[in-house]
Design a protein around this ligand. Structure first.
Ligand SMILES: Cc1ncc(COP(=O)(O)O)c(C=O)c1O
Length: 447
C-alpha cells in the first residue's frame, strides 16, 4: 500500500520567533505551526510526512504543479552556468528569449516586457510607466490613478493606494496622492451562486465616466483592475463590464492596466484573461505563474505605442529611469522558459478550459451546506463565502484553514471568512472530486 509518510528527513527549526511572517497571524502560527517540507506535482508533504493535496497552487502560483523536473533541471543548469548578470546596461540571452515568448503569448500588440521580481513590483512598475508615458508625450497633468474597491495589487505604496482592501491601507498613512476608486463589481443580492461571469453589474463601469466628470480626463493617467478580482474572494467581472471600461478609457485617452498576476498563465483558461474577455488593455502585469512559483519573477507587458513613446532622444541616454537589480534574473528566466515549455507541451491552458465545467459543478455541489452564503467558480478558481461567526469576522475562515491542514490533508486560502481555491492546472477530475469532498467536510466541521 502506498505510504502517506515521506522518507525525507526534514530539519525542524528550534526557534520560530525571529521570522516575522508576512500576512500571517504570527502568534497563532508559532503556537501551532504549519510547516511544509517538500512538494511534488499536486501535493505538499509536512515535516512528519503527511501528504496534503494543494488546492491553492501554493499562493495561486504553481500552475504547472510543484517541483516539475524540467523546471528544477533548468534552474540547476542555470545556477551552474550564469548565476547573475547586471540588469542595467548588460543582460543575458535568456532575458530576451523569455520576453519574446511572453510577448508571443499576449494578445494584440502587447509586445514589450519589463521584468521585475514580484506582482507588487509589477504593479508599481506599470503605474510608473503610465505616469511617465503621459509625461513623455507632453501630458504631464495626467497624474491620477484609478483603482477599484476590493482590488488587490500587492503591497508597494502604489499598489496599496490603487488597491481597495481597508486592512492593507489603514495603517500606512496617506499612501500616494491623487488616487480614486471604482466600486466593487460584487453584489451578493444580485449575483449569489453565479457560475462564471454574472449578468448583473456591467453598468458599474460607467462610474469611470463619473470620475472623469469629477476630475477631468486631462488629469487621469490610468485605470487598473484585476480582470477577476482574486485575492478578495474570486469576483468575476460582470458580462460586458471590462469591454465598457475599455471603451470609456479609449474615449478619454486613459490607459487601461489589467493586473493579471493571478489570472495570467492559464488560471482563466488562456495565457491571459484579456483573451478570455476579448479586451486588450494597454498593459498587463504578471508574476506567479510565469515561473510556476519556482523563482520569484514579475513583469509588465506593454503595448507597442507605449514602448515607442519612450524610444526617442539621444541614443546613449536611458529612456526609463526604473528597474531592479534582479530584473530578468538568470534563474528566473531559466525557470520561466522551462515553465512556458510545460504549459505548451502539456496544453495546460486548454486543459484549464476543459476542466472549468467539472470544477464549477463540483464547487456548486457545496451549495446548501451550513453557513455557505455564496459560491463563485470562474476559470480554475472559486470563492466560497461562509457566514462569519458571531464572535469575530475571519474566525470561521481561520478555523477552516486549520481544519484543512491538520484534519483533512488539504491546503486552501482563507481570506476572512471566504475560502478560495485555485489548484495547479495539472489537477485531475478525481482530484477535483477529492478537493471538494474535503472542503465539504471542513465546512461541516466549522459549522
Ligand atoms: C492581482 C495581484 N497583484 C499583485 C499581487 C502582488 O504580488 P506579490 O505578492 O508577488 O508582490 C498579487 C498577489 O497575490 C495579486 O493577486
Amino acid at each position: 500500500m502506498a505510504s502517506n509518510r515521506s522518507s525525507a528527513t526534514a530539519i525542524v527549526p528550534n526557534d520560530l520567533e525571529p521570522y516575522w511572517m508576512p500576512f500571517t497571524a504570527n502568534r497563532a502560527f508559532k503556537a501551532r505551526p504549519r510547516l511544509i517540507a517538500r512538494a511534488k506535482d499536486m501535493h505538499y508533504f509536512t515535516l512528519d510526512g503527511r501528504k496534503l493535496i494543494d488546492a491553492a497552487a501554493g499562493l495561486w502560483c504553481t500552475n504547472a504543479g510543484h517541483n516539475r523536473d524540467p523546471i528544477v533541471a533548468a534552474i540547476q543548469r542555470q545556477a551552474a552556468e550564469l548565476d547573475y548578470a547586471p540588469a542595467f546596461q548588460f543582460s543575458h540571452p535568456k532575458a530576451f528569449e523569455l520576453a519574446s515568448r511572453i510577448a508571443a503569448l499576449a494578445p494584440g500588440d502587447l509586445d514589450h516586457v519589463f521584468f521585475c521580481n514580484s506582482g507588487s513590483e509589477a504593479v508599481d512598475t506599470a503605474l510608473k510607466i503610465a505616469l511617465a508615458f503621459h509625461n513623455v508625450r507632453g501630458n504631464a497633468s495626467r497624474v491620477r490613478l484609478i483603482g477599484r474597491e476590493r482590488g488587490y495589487h500587492g503591497v508597494g505604496f502604489g499598489g496599496v493606494a490603487v488597491g481597495g482592501i481597508v486592512g492593507n491601507r489603514k495603517m500606512f498613512g496617506a499612501l500616494i496622492a491623487g488616487v480614486d476608486h471604482l466600486s466593487t463589481t460584487y453584489n451578493r443580492a444580485e449575483q449569489a451562486f453565479t457560475v462564471g461571469e454574472p449578468e448583473w453589474g456591467a453598468h458599474l463601469a460607467d462610474e469611470l465616466d463619473r470620475l472623469v466628470a469629477l476630475h477631468d480626463a486631462s488629469t487621469i493617467a490610468a485605470v487598473i483592475v484585476e480582470p477577476v478580482a482574486a485575492s478578495t474572494g474570486v469576483l468575476a467581472p460582470p458580462k460586458g463590464y471590462l469591454q465598457k471600461l475599455r471603451a470609456i478609457c479609449d474615449k478619454h485617452g486613459i490607459l487601461l492596466i489589467f493586473d493579471e498576476v493571478i489570472t495570467g498563465f492559464g488560471r482563466m483558461g488562456y495565457a491571459f484573461a484579456a483573451e478570455r474577455y476579448g479586451v486588450i488593455p494597454d498593459m498587463i502585469t504578471f508574476a506567479k505563474g510565469v515561473t510556476s512559483g519556482a523563482v520569484p519573477m514579475g513583469g509588465v507587458l506593454v503595448r507597442k505605442h507605449i514602448y515607442d513613446a519612450f524610444m526617442r532622444g539621444p541614443e546613449h541616454v536611458i529612456e526609463l529611469f526604473h528597474g531592479y537589480t534582479y530584473s530578468a534574473h538568470p534563474l528566473a528566466c531559466a525557470a520561466g522558459l522551462a515553465t512556458l515549455d510545460i504549459y505548451r507541451e502539456e496544453g495546460l491552458f486548454e486543459r484549464a478550459r476543459k476542466l472549468e465545467t467539472p470544477w464549477a459543478q463540483a464547487a456548486m455541489g457545496l451549495k446548501g451546506l451550513p453557513n455557505v452564503l455564496d459560491i463563485r467558480p470562474v476559470g480554475m478558481t472559486v470563492g466560497i463565502d461562509l457566514a462569519s461567526k458571531p464572535d469575530g469576522v475571519g474566525k470561521r475562515g481561520f478555523e477552516a484553514l486549520e481544519a484543512a491542514f491538520y484534519d483533512h490533508d488539504l491546503t486552501l486560502r482563507a481570506v476572512g471568512d471566504t475560502l478560495a481555491m485555485s489548484p495547479p492546472l495539472i489537477v485531475s477530475e478525481d482530484q477535483i472530486g477529492e478537493i471538494f469532498d474535503k472542503v465539504g467536510k471542513i465546512i461541516r466541521q466549522v459549522a
